[in-house]
Design a protein around this ligand. Structure first.
Ligand code: ARG
Length: 470
């Protein structure tokens, strides 16, 4: 007989009035959320203090009881701070753990704290407060990554590298331009977290179990005390809504996808055939068998973590799908995926910020690669259109012949003798060489948002202003 099959002969202290015997060990184990929801203890104490202050102001509990409860909650918080939150499965969750400790400390008045409230509105409030704080924290971390991206982009606003499509050399671009592409992605991520925070600005507290309460509470007061803009408007929705957690996970997933793409580029760039970047030793590892190896493990883990973060989103979506109103116990499973995604994202952001900050970009190799891949073929075709008024489709064809010739001779396009180019098309003249270099190509792409260094510098200047760096 395992210990689990024992049942608890004492009925539960919180609801035991209606039960003949206590929960079995299995029930206690499957029911317990304290192992993870103890992470909500700060929010739980804050929300309880706001609640009891409002109860006193409304004359629902005496000021003396409210003061005793508030001081007791501070004492519990001090204990948690010093020793951590105790994990007793019989107390199920952070809400009952705190209330039970409060009762030990202050006695009878503790029983008045739960007036006009249920764990359903309590957990929704605590969790929403936690997610709101997480949105603010990740926004700050994303801002720090943007600062590093802009700084490195400015250093390399004119460093030429091959731009790729299909991972085939396409047209030359600048490294600064490439890094600023990620600045834009991270900017969209920030706006999603800001938006998630704004949308989570209604306070569920006071919705009670599902239907509201008969006590004359003041929900505006508690909402304001906890930093929300207003109370939620429908008690059924308030206790069963986890959109705020899904909003956070959706933003986190999209952000993780961006980090994963950047990680993948660093991994490719750090490989020997590319050799575009040397990652900092502090964020790389060696091999136990191959002494020459320096592996981009941090980047690989950022790429890998994105899958786990997307899994967290899927997990909560599957938990919520098909749940009838209002609260169902399935919803207790809402917290682990959010906590996991938040810690994976925080770590991924720190690793990525460190990698970009400490990367040594091999600009010679990047430039050589841009020169090797016939990256200026489009410039030749464009020149034929502009200077010889040839339709672009025909110009494309003529350029294709020039690339074929250069390839067969093992030469770059701008190293082909003019006489050979003129055999392909007599309308080509000496002026063409002005557009065939990678520098000329990059400088010519000065359309708004293009890769010309002057354009890149203009976008960097705006970014620096937006980040408050100027
Ligand atoms: N531990 C619960 C959770 O995290 C608290 C809410 C419990 N409510 C209830 N009716 N059993 O969801």
């Amino acid at each position: 007989m395992s210990e689990r099959e024992d049942s608890n002969s004492e009925s539960n202290a919180m609801w035991g009035g209606r039960f003949a015997e206590g929960p079995s060990a299995i029930m206690r184990e499957i029911n317990a959320s304290i192992p993870f929801d103890k992470a909500l203890w700060h929010q739980d104490i804050r929300a309880s203090k706001a609640h009891v202050a409002m109860l006193a102001a409304q004359g629902i509990v005496t000021q003396a009881d409210a003061d005793a409860i508030s001081a007791g909650l501070d004492q519990v918080a001090g204990e948690y701070e010093a020793n951590g939150v105790p994990e007793n499965w019989d107390l199920e969750d952070i809400h009952m753990t705190t209330e039970s400790r409060l009762a030990e400390l202050i006695g009878a008045p503790a029983g008045r704290l739960h007036t006009a409230r249920s764990r359903n509105d309590q957990v929704a409030t605590d969790f929403k407060l936690w997610v709101r704080e997480a949105c603010v924290a990740v926004d700050a971390a994303l801002g720090a990554l943007q600062v590093v991206l802009v700084t490195r982009a400015q250093e390399h606003a004119a460093s030429i590298m091959p731009g790729f499509t299909h991972l085939q050399t396409a047209q030359p671009v600048t490294l600064g331009h490439h890094l600023m592409a990620y600045y834009e992605m991270i900017g969209r991520d920030r706006s999603r977290f800001v938006d998630a925070h704004r949308r989570a600005s209604q306070c569920p507290l006071g919705s009670a179990a599902l239907a509201g309460t008969g006590f004359a509470i003041d929900r505006d007061v508690t909402a304001k005390a906890l930093g929300f803009a207003m109370p939620t408007r429908n008690s059924l929705d308030a206790v069963s809504d986890r959109d705020f957690a899904l909003d956070y996970l959706m933003a986190a997933t999209q952000c993780a996808l961006h980090l994963s793409r950047l990680a993948e580029e660093l991994i490719i760039w750090a490989s020997q055939p590319f050799g575009f970047v040397v990652l900092p030793d502090s964020l790389s590892t060696g091999s136990s068998i191959m002494p020459q190896k320096k592996n981009p493990d941090a980047a690989e883990l950022v790429r890998g973590h994105s899958g786990r973060i997307a899994g967290c989103l899927t997990s909560l979506m599957m938990t919520m799908k098909g749940l009838p109103l209002a609260y169902s116990k399935d919803m207790q499973d809402d917290k682990p995926p959010v906590f996991e995604a938040a810690s994976l994202l925080t770590l991924s952001l720190a690793a990525m910020t460190g990698m970009i900050d400490g990367a040594t970009f091999q600009t010679e190799r990047m430039r050589n690669a841009a020169e090797l891949g016939f990256a200026t073929a489009t410039d030749l075709a464009d020149w034929l259109v502009r200077q010889a008024d040839i339709p672009f489709r025909e110009a494309h064809h003529i350029t294709g012949a020039a690339v074929k010739l250069a390839e067969s001779r093992g030469l770059a396009l701008d190293a082909l003798p003019l006489a050979d180019l003129q055999v392909i098309d007599a309308r080509i003249d000496q002026r063409v060489f002005a557009v065939l270099s990678v520098d000329a190509s990059v400088a010519s792409r000065a359309s708004y948002g293009g890769t010309a260094p002057e354009q890149v510098m203009a976008r960097i200047a705006e970014a620096r202003r937006d980040l408050g760096l100027e």
